[in-house]
Design a protein around this ligand. Structure first.
Ligand code: IPE
Ligand code: IPE
Ligand code: MG
Length: 238
C-alpha cells in the first residue's frame, strides 16, 4: 500500500493546527476563501494518510474563538464551509468508520448548523476506526472555563476536583492527551489550541501551508516524532 516505510512509533493522538490557507491563496492571487476551500479539500488526503499510518485520533483546529474577529465575509465563508463539508462528506466518513466529535462552544453557531453538527456526531458515535475531533469555535481557555462552570453547577466539592475530574468535563472527555501537534504555515505558537491536553505533546512546525500539507509532509512529521525522546519529567535509564 505504501512506498514510505512505516515509522516505528506512531502518535496515538495527532493534532493539526491547519494554518496558512490565506497565504496559500494570496500566493496564487486568489481570495482567502479559495485557500480555505483548498484546505478542506486537503483534509481528505490528510485523513487517508492518517488512517494509512495507523493514527487513531486526529484533532484538527478549524476555527478559533479569536477567529470571530476576522472580517464578516470570511467568518461567513468559514461557517459555510463547515456546513458544506458535513453535507458532502458525512456519508463517506461514516462508511470509513470515522467517529466525528466536535470540540468547542456549539451554541454560537446557527441553530441549523448546530443540528447538523449534533446529528453528525450522533450518527458516527459507534465508529471506531479513527476519531476525528473538529475544533470549531474552539479555544483552550474557553474549554477550561466551560468545564469549570459545569463543575461548579454540578455542585462538585473542591476536594474532589483533580486532573481526572477536570478531564471528564473537557470537550475531549474520554480521549488521551495529544502526542504530537503539527502546525502548518510556519508559525511557532499554540494560538489557544488544546491548552490542557498539550502539556507533554511534541511539537512540529512546517513552513508548508495547509493546502500543501500532504502524505509525504505528514511522514516527515512522524519521522521527527520518532526522533524525540519523551521523558515526561523523568530521568530515563541509560
Ligand atoms: C487557517 O488559515 C485557517 C483558519 C484560521 C480559519 P489562515 O486563514 O489563518 O491562513 P493565514 O495564516 O492567514 O495564511
Ligand atoms: C490558528 O490560526 C487557528 C486555526 C488554525 C483555526 P490563526 O491564523 O488564527 O492563528 P494566529 O492568528 O496566527 O495566532
Ligand atoms: Mg493563520
Amino acid at each position: 500500500m505504501s512506498d514510505l516505510p512505516q515509522p516505528e512509533r506512531i502518535p496515538y493522538h495527532l493534532a493539526i493546527i491547519m494554518d496558512g490557507n490565506g497565504r496559500w491563496a494570496k500566493a496564487r492571487g486568489l481570495p482567502r476563501q479559495a485557500g480555505h476551500r483548498a484546505g478542506v479539500d486537503n483534509l481528505r488526503r490528510v485523513l487517508r494518510a492518517c488512517s494509512e499510518f495507523g493514527i487513531r485520533i486526529l484533532t484538527i483546529y478549524a476555527f478559533s474563538t479569536e477567529n470571530w474577529g476576522r472580517p464578516e465575509a470570511e467568518v461567513k465563508g468559514l461557517l459555510n464551509i463547515l456546513e458544506t463539508v458535513i453535507d458532502r462528506e458525512l456519508d463517506n466518513l461514516h462508511a470509513n468508520g470515522v467517529q466525528l466529535r466536535h470540540l468547542g462552544e456549539i451554541s454560537a453557531l446557527s441553530p441549523g448548523l448546530q443540528v447538523k453538527v449534533r446529528r453528525a456526531v450522533e450518527r458516527t458515535r459507534n465508529n471506531d476506526r479513527l476519531t476525528l475531533n473538529v475544533a470549531f469555535n474552539y479555544g483552550g481557555r474557553d474549554e477550561i472555563i466551560r468545564a469549570i462552570q459545569r463543575i461548579v453547577s454540578d455542585g462538585i466539592p473542591p476536594e474532589q476536583i483533580d486532573e481526572t475530574l477536570l478531564n471528564f468535563y473537557l470537550d475531549t472527555a474520554g480521549l488521551p492527551d495529544c502526542d504530537l501537534i503539527v502546525r502548518t504555515g510556519g508559525e511557532m505558537r499554540i494560538s489557544n489550541f488544546l491548552v490542557w491536553q498539550s502539556v507533554y505533546a511534541e511539537y512540529y512546525a512546517t513552513p508548508k501551508f495547509f493546502p500543501d500539507f500532504d502524505r509525504e509532509e505528514l511522514y516527515q512529521a512522524l519521522l521527527h516524532y520518532n526522533n524525540r525522546e519523551r521523558r515526561f519529567g523523568l530521568v530515563l535509564k541509560p
